[in-house]
Design a protein around this ligand. Sequence first.
Ligand SMILES: Nc1ncnc2c1ncn2[C@@H]1O[C@H](COP(=O)(O)OP(=O)(O)OP(=O)(O)O)[C@@H](O)[C@H]1O
Ligand SMILES: [Mg+2]
Length: 364
Amino acid sequence: MVVPETELLKDAFSEFTKASDSIINYYHVLETQIRLLKEEVEKKNKELERAREYLENILNSIPLGIIVYDKNSVSFSNKTADKLNFETILDGANTKNEKAGLVRNGKGFYRWKKDMLQNGFRGKEVLIIEDVTEFEKMKERLERDERLKAMGEMAARIAHEIKNPLGSMELFLTMLLEGNIKSKEKKYAEYVRYGIQTIDRIINNILSYTRPKTLALREEKIGKMVEEILDFMRLSIESRNISVMCNIEYDGSLLFDPDMMKLVIMNFISNAIDAIKGKGQIRIDIKKDEKNIIIVIADNGCGMGKDIIKNIFNPFFTTKDKGVGLGLFIAHNIIQAHNGYIEVDSTEGMGTSFYIYLPKERKT
Ligand SMILES: Nc1ncnc2c1ncn2[C@@H]1O[C@H](COP(=O)(O)OP(=O)(O)OP(=O)(O)O)[C@@H](O)[C@H]1O
Ligand SMILES: [Mg+2]
């Protein structure tokens, strides 16, 4: 039997429709799968991004510098590394064959350690940097303190040997000055005496620095002590065109260590003399307020700027070619041991006033 052509076409069309329906169905299934896969990929990407942020946060919060680099460039550096300006440290580490070391640049000291990265990161290295500036500085300070201690012990021994002949020189010089000599020679002798007093003051400062001793308190009039010092130094000071005056408003007595306090006053007077270039004036006032006896030592010398003032009580701080830098440090320690304190008022080019406050309570 012959199937008419229309029937055949009908069947074929129905087959085609069935096939295209199933293709459409497949397409929908595929589309859904692709969408699901895309969502999955997006989710994984977000998770990866979070993991990266998490890792970066951890790397940025640790106090070590971390750098990943290869021959050509740096591919990662954490915040600490950036803050340390790691380039010079990286250069320093790369000039060495060692795996670890210490680099010093203008800013500080840095310990470093480097290693190759493994597993798919071949050719890349990681450098870890630790800022050890504070530690190294402390080490330097300790070493310096040790050296100073040894120096101090030696200086104390030498100082002791110098003090005896110095005492004799001063005694003979005083005898010479009391004798009948011409005014010109007298002036020269006064210069020598001032030199001897300066050496004696410096030696006493060194002895006091190296061997801090307990106070030997005595009740005395501080005004009388200051006047004695001035009598002793007046000619030396005045021969330098400097006038001195002392105004004793408070003349009572106080419990203090006279030898130590003498050293304090001599240190202040000597600084005032050094501060006056040419003609000038030193004025000492002794007064009191409700709580304290106040000694004011004022000069109209060169004065000090703020940068100098903040350092003057530090040991070995000096702006003088031949200064030791112990005078004010010792003075501060001695006054502190008397439960007192020192204030300074200074204007560059105008002069300086030091105020020594000693509590009256010590008075017996
Ligand atoms: N009256 C002053 N006028 C100006 N500057 C002063 C005065 N007194 C102190 N200074 C400054 O303070 C610094 C420290 O003084 P300090 O007496 O401690 O040491 P120094 O005088 O330099 O040496 P030395 O150990 O011989 O006393 C001085 O070098 C100086 O710069
Ligand atoms: Mg001094």
